[in-house]
Design a protein around this ligand. Structure first.
Ligand code: PLP
Length: 394
C-alpha cells in the first residue's frame, strides 16, 4: 500500500546522513567524554563539532550556553521551574508569568503546576486566525511580570508569532523572555545575536534528528538553577552522562535543517500551497490562519460535518498519516482555544485535520494526498446524517 507521511509536526524521519554520522558512536567510539583516557578523549572533538553546529545554526553568541536535555518537554520544564525557583520563590512580589493560551502542554501543564505553588499566570488568547499580536502580550504585562513565554510557531496551526517584537518589549522592560522554538527550527530564520531571547527550547526529532534529545539555549547571565543534581556534566547545570551519539546527531540535523531553510520556504511551501489550494475547493472547509503567517509546511483544515477520528481512520486506510489535535464537537471544541477562536458552530460535528510536510515530501505524494483526502471527505459526508440535515436546512 502507498504510504504518505504528513505528520511532520509530530515527528520527522531521521535524515539519512545524520544516521550515518551517529553510527560510530554506538560502536567503536563509545567512550564517556568525561573520562580522562583515550576512549573518552577521542569523542570530545565530535561533541565540540556538534555543539558548534548548534551555536552556528542559531547564530548564538559564544559565551552563551546550550544545555542538552532529553527533549523539549524537559527544556520547557527546566526554564519554567528554574525561573520559579530562582526568581519567584526568592521574590514573590514578582510572580507573574505571561504565556499564550495555545502553548504546548509541556508549557501549559507546567504553568498550571506553578500556579498551584504561588505563581500568577496570564494566558493570552489567539485571534480567529490563530495569531496573537505583540500589543496583546504587552497589555498583559504588570509590574509583577517576571517572564513572558511565547512559542515561535504553533504546532497545530503553524502560525508564526511576533517573537522579535515581543523579545524587544521584554528586554526594554527587564522581563525575562523564553520561546519554545520546537516548530520553528528549519522553518523560520533564527538569529540569537539579533533577537534578544533569554531562553530558547528545541527538540531534535522535529528537524530530522533522533528522538529523545533536545536543548535549551540560555543567554549569558541568565543561568538557571540545576534541576538534575549529580555529576558535573553540562558545566554542572544538568547532571547525567552525555548521550553522545544523539547530541552528535542533533548537531548535524540542526545544521542540515537550517541549511535547507530556503528549500523549506520555496519547494516545500509550493507543495503545501498546492495541497492547500486543492483542499480549499472542498465545500464547507476552513483553512486556519493566513498562510503568509504560517510555517511553510503546515495546514490546519477545519471540516464541517465530519468526526475527527473517522477522518483520520479513513486517511490512515489510504496510507496517509495526519493528525487531529482539536477533534469534534462542543466540549473539546471549547477546550481548544484555536478552534473556539475560529467560531465554528459547536452543535455541528466538525474536526480540524493537521497536515504537515517536510523537505522529504514529494510532489507525487501530494498528488496522492489530494485525491485520498477529497475522497475521504466525500465518503464520510455521504454517510453523515447531521451534515445532510444542516445542508438541506441552509
Ligand atoms: N513544544 C512544541 C511546540 C511541540 O510541538 C512539542 C512536540 O510536539 C513539544 C514542545 C514537546 O517536544 P518533545 O517531544 O521533544 O518533548
Amino acid at each position: 500500500m502507498k504510504r504518505v507521511y504528513l505528520d511532520n509536526n509530530a515527528t520527522t524521519k531521521l535524515d539519512p546522513i545524520v544516521k550515518v554520522k551517529m553510527q560510530p558512536f554506538f560502536e567503536e567510539l563509545y567512550g564517556n567524554p568525561n573520562s580522562l583516557h583515550q576512549y573518552g578523549m577521542e569523542v570530545r572533538p565530535y561533541l565540540n563539532e556538534a555543539m558548534g553546529n548548534m551555536y552556528d545554526a542559531l547564530n548564538a553568541p559564544d559565551p552563551d550556553d546550550i544545555l542538552i536535555t532529553s527533549c523539549a518537554t524537559e527544556s520547557n520544564n527546566t526554564v519554567l521551574k528554574g525561573i520559579f525557583f530562582k526568581h519567584i520563590l526568592a521574590n514573590p512580589t514578582k510572580n507573574h508569568i505571561i504565556a499564550t493560551a495555545v502553548e504546548h502542554p509541556s508549557i501549559l501543564e507546567t504553568l498550571h503546576f506553578l500556579a498551584q505553588n504561588g505563581a500568577e499566570i496570564t494566558y493570552v488568547d489567539v485571534d480567529a486566525s490563530g495569531y496573537v499580536c505583540a500589543e496583546r502580550i504587552a497589555s498583559a504585562i504588570t509590574d509583577k511580570t517576571i517572564l513572558i513565554s511565547m512559542m515561535w510557531a504553533n504546532n497545530e496551526t503553524g502560525m508564526i508569532f511576533p517573537i522579535d517584537e515581543v523579545a524587544h518589549i521584554a528586554q526594554e522592560l527587564g522581563i525575562l523572555f523564553h520561546t519554545d522554538a520546537v516548530q520553528a527550527i528549519g522553518k523560520v530564520k533564527i538569529d540569537l545575536s539579533a533577537t534578544p531571547i533569554d531562553y530558547l527550547t528545541f527538540s531534535a526529532h522535529k528537524f530530522h534528528g533522533p528522538k529523545g534529545i533536545g536543548g535549551l539555549y540560555v543567554k549569558k547571565g541568565k543561568e538557571l538553577p540545576n534541576l538534575l543534581h549529580g555529576g558535573e556534566q553540562m558545566g554542572g547545570y544538568r547532571a547525567g552522562t552525555l548521550n553522545v551519539a544523539y547530541i552528535i546527531g542533533m548537531g548535524l540535523a540542526m545544521k542540515q535543517s537550517v541549511g535547507h531553510l530556503d528549500k523549506m520556504n520555496s519547494d516545500v511551501r509550493a507543495l503545501r500551497d498546492r495541497l492547500e489550494d486543492a483542499l480549499a475547493l472542498i465545500p464547507d472547509t476552513i483553512i486556519v490562519g493566513d498562510r503568509a503567517h504560517r510555517t511553510a509546511n503546515t495546514i490546519l483544515i477545519s471540516l464541517r460535518g465530519i468526526e475527527g477520528e473517522a477522518m483520520l481512520w479513513d486517511l490512515n486506510r489510504a496510507g496517509i498519516a495526519a493528525s487531529t489535535g482539536s477533534a469534534c464537537a462542543s466540549e473539546s471544541l471549547h477546550a481548544n482555544p484555536v478552534m473556539s477562536a475560529i467560531g465554528e458552530d459547536p452543535e455541528l460535528a466538525h474536526t480540524a485535520i493537521r497536515l504537515s510536510l517536510s523537505r522529504f515530501t514529494t510532489s507525487e505524494e501530494i498528488d496522492y494526498a489530494i485525491e485520498a483526502f477529497t475522497h475521504a471527505v466525500q465518503r464520510l459526508r455521504s454517510i453523515s446524517s447531521t451534515y445532510a440535515y444542516t445542508n438541506e436546512a441552509e
